[in-house]
Ligand binder design. Structure first.
Ligand code: NDP
Length: 264
């Protein structure tokens, strides 16, 4: 079944790596034109070159943009609109988690985490809102985490900030439907990606392979599917929610955690 997004325009923040990169790939495979950003220009260029090689017919635009910089988001949006003429789907994915228990969390981390999770969505939304409003299928789809409902002591600041984002997306869904913009999110468990690769590089047992290390985490944490997610799995959920296939869905938070959720 097609996502019905051929020749539509999607924007993915944090598209140079992990879940964002797989989302860009799936959007291109589905016939959409895609713009994506990240902070590091060389990673963006490397991702764009790989995608262009795999999708020579694909319409791809990329430019550096820090989602915490409102002015940079406005500039990025102006560039995307100049290139594509409009935007139909905004996927707010950029970000990372902060690993620390209560007593190791510095005062600054509380505000930094909340800022990243909230402004990381609000800045791109402000920049692209007019274009989304002009689309007949406008949607904002946010990457969130299961931590929003199921906090973890070793990611206490991120958990609190994720709960704030869940609350915000609910409000946005109700506010923006008047403009024809649907707002949904996905709640991730653990997904193999750049964040986990970086933690793997810092592992204590240097003899462990990536597969052994990942399987160990899944077992230790009690993930019923006994593995971490693969980036293409949340990518499919994101593209579904962003697409007209989810035309009667707004305000939803879709679990993509391999059964790691323990709440009803
Ligand atoms: P990656 O580190 O692989 O990718 C993160 C992407 O976001 C990169 O393209 C990065 O590029 C970009 N990015 C980070 N900060 C900014 C910023 N301020 N402005 C613009 N771009 C930014 O991570 P994942 O794919 O794992 O993570 C994607 C999202 O999923 C994140 O929001 C993360 O918190 C969330 N998540 C992931 C989980 C997991 O298990 N993987 C679990 C729960 C949530 P650059 O560094 O060049 O800016």
């Amino acid at each position: 079944m097609s996502f019905q997004i051929e020749r539509r325009v999607a924007v993915v923040t944090g598209g140079s790596s992990g879940i964002g990169l797989e989302t860009v790939r799936l959007l291109l495979e589905s016939g959409a034109s895609v713009a994506f950003c990240g902070r590091d220009a060389s990673r963006l260029e490397a991702a764009r070159d790989r995608l262009a090689e795999a999708h020579p017919e694909g319409e791809i635009f990329t430019a550096p943009c820090d989602v915490l910089d409102a002015e940079a988001c406005r500039e990025f949006a102006a560039q995307v609109e100049a290139r594509f003429g409009g935007i139909d789907m905004l996927i707010a994915n950029a970000g990372q988690g902060y690993v620390a228990h209560l007593d190791e969390t510095p005062d600054t981390a509380w505000l930094d985490e909340t800022n990243l999770k909230l402004r990381g969505v609000l800045n791109p939304l402000a920049a692209f809102r007019g274009a989304l409003r002009d689309s007949d299928i406008g949607s904002l789809t946010c990457v969130n985490s299961l931590l929003a409902l199921q906090p973890e002591p070793h990611m206490i600041a991120t958990s609190a900030a994720r709960a704030a984002l869940l609350n915000l997306t609910h409000s946005l869904a109700h506010e923006l439907i008047a403009e024809g913009i649907r707002v949904n999110s996905i709640l991730l468990g653990m997904v193999e990606s750049g964040q986990w690769r970086r933690r793997f590089e810092q592992r204590e047992d240097r003899s462990q392979s990536w597969q052994e290390w990942v399987a160990g985490i899944a077992t230790k944490r009690g993930i019923p599917m006994k593995r971490l997610g693969r980036p293409e799995e949340p990518a499919r959920a994101l593209v579904f929610l962003a697409s007209p296939l989810a035309s009667f869905t707004t305000g939803a938070a879709l679990d993509v955690s391999g059964g790691f959720n323990r709440h009803l």
